[in-house]
Design a protein around this ligand. Sequence first.
Ligand code: PGA
Length: 260
Amino acid sequence: MKKLYFGSNLKMYKNIRETMDYLTKLQELTTDLDRDEITLFIIPSYTSLDRASWQIDQNQIRLGAQNMCWEERGQFTGEISPLMLQELGLQIVELGHSERRHVFGETDEMMEKKVKAALSHGFTALLCIGETGEEKDFGLSDEVLRKQLKVGFFGLKPEDAKNLWVAYEPVWAIGVNGKPATVEYAQEKHHVIKETLKELFGEAGRQIPVLYGGSVNPGNANGLIVQPDIDGLFVGRSAWDAGKFDELIRDAIKTYKDSL
Ligand code: PGA
C-alpha cells in the first residue's frame, strides 16, 4: 500500500485567526486518521506560521512555508530566510508554485538554489512543476517537466531524495479559471515525472512522492488517487473548508483502499 499525501497551500487567503480556526478544526476532524497511512500538511501565510507552529501538533498536520529565499541573510527586502523558517520548527518549504513562477517571475535556476538551501537547512523541499497551456498546446509538456526537474534538482545525490517531494500542477489547471486535468492526462505526466526522478536519483528516486494539484475537487479526487503514479493530492480551493477537506480525504482513502 502506498502512503497517501494530502495537503493544501492557503495562498493569500486566511488571516491569523481564520488560519488557526481552520487548522484547529482540521486537526480535530482528522485525528483518527492513521498517520502511518497518510501525511497531511498545510502551508499557511507567513504571518500565521508562528502561532500555528506552537498550537498545532506537527505529527498530525505538518506545516510548511509558501516560499523561501536561498540566502540566509542579506539585502533581500521582502524575502524570508531559511534561518527564520528554522526558528519556527517547520518541516516543509514549498518552492516554485505556479504563482511564484508566473506572477513573480521565478525561474528554474532560482529553484535550484532554493532546493539546495531547503535541504541544507533540514527542510523537505516541495518543488512544484507544471507546464503552461501554451506549452501543452505545442506538445512540450514532457520537455518542460523534465527541464523543471533536472534544473531544480541539479547536482543532488540519491540520499537527498528522502527530503524531496514533487507537486505536478499544470498551470492551466490551477485556480478559478483552471480546468482540471483528466485523470488519464495526470497519470501520463506523473509517469514522465517518476521516470525522470529515477533517471536523476536511481532507485532512490522512487521514494519521492509526486502529488497532483490543480482544481482537485470531490468529483475528481477519487479517480486521481487510485492512479499508480499519483501519491497524493495538493488541493487549493476544495481544501479551504476544514469539513469539506476532511470529507475529500476520507473519501479518497476509502476509494484507494477499495481499489487494492
Ligand atoms: P486549486 O489550487 O485547487 O484552487 O486549483 C491548486 C494550487 O494552486 O495548488
